[in-house]
Design a protein around this ligand. Sequence first.
Ligand code: ZN
Length: 130
Amino acid sequence: MKEFSVRTKKKQDMVDITGQVTDLVKHSGVSDGVCLVYVPHATAAVVINENADPNVCQDILDALARLVPEGGWRHDRIDDNAAAHIKATILGPSEAVPVRGGRLRLGTWQSLMLVELDGPRDRTVIVDVR
Ligand code: ZN
């Protein structure tokens, strides 16, 4: 199991982590198996989607903002980030990707994205290949 850090730059952001994960898969020595990508955070998530057109990522963040408006949630009385918790719960903290021939079996238009929902912060990504 390996980890790496990502420093996010905005309150809400999507950071392409496909390159870092691809390197860890390459060095794992696993030819055929599965790669788990997980973030140990309550206000961040991992998703797989397109990053060729960066507007896709912005559209996803905008859609989440429409779905979960800021303010008025019970948890906002604690640290004012309830919407981030709810969005992170909807997206989930992990993805599992098949490994075939020592490579992530992603589709042409798929990238692994860390989703920051309450940044900017330092985030940890845990990768387990087996
Ligand atoms: Zn909170």
